[in-house]
Design a protein around this ligand. Sequence first.
Ligand code: AMP
Length: 282
Amino acid sequence: MYLFKKNQDLQTYLNQARNQGKQVGFVPTMGALHKGHLSLIEQALQENDLVVCSIFVNPTQFDDKTDLVNYPKPVEKDINLLQQVGCQVLYLPDANEVYPENIKLIDLDLNGLDKTMEGAHRDGHFRGVVQVVHRLLDIVQPNALYMGQKDFQQYTIIKYMIQQLQLTVRLVRVPIMREADGLAMSSRNIRLGKQGRTKAALISTILFEIKERAKEQQDLLKLKQEALLKFQAADMSVDYFEIVDANTLQDLKHWKEAEEIVACTTVRVDGVRLLDNILLKS
Ligand code: AMP
């Protein structure tokens, strides 16, 4: 695997590959890689000639600076995992490469997509995400970009950005990888205690139950109430649980109001914010 820290070295290498007609797939990450990240890389490997994974803990998307400082950075372990899975290129820049002085960052109006759910809890988070993904796309110039359904709002916002800016990159949404008990894989799961880890599995249990119930209950306000009661019965602290249109991220009242419907939630366990979602209609 090639490891590039400088934009110019990466770009020289990728230009050669493109001149040979190679299709480039790109998987941006913040490292502390797990099987969820690797599933994005595996899918990208199947669909492209060359896969670039980036590891960059983007400071502009952290509203909580202690979260940024505490973010795990097991780079050696990540490199091993990437090699095992067959990733060809790791791009590991420092902040000066991504944000050199005088660089003009994009400031796109996200049409309210950034105001709901995670956006309502994390001020400026999605502005930072859009800035970094836009900047990384500019550097890597991939044919295809792979993002996880796990961060559904992030995926939808990046889809919107690509449409608005008429970028030619193909965006691919990769399904959520889960642990055996259903918990969505996340770099944050290691911060859970033993009891918290057991409790955390209930999040997906409830989401799967709600998906089952949606076959009969098409009043989505009632369905949401049912979900909230289940979380309450399990004594779980819910930041939000919303049933939304997958494109607009606006709340829905009825099953017939949208083509694609997703239930998104963030629950706190042991002080750790755990995100999960499930497609109810697709
Ligand atoms: P992160 O390093 O948290 O920024 O995640 C990098 C990419 O991996 C994002 O597109 C995430 O949505 C995706 N991802 C994170 N966890 C999972 C998972 N459990 N299954 C699939 N994709 C995931």
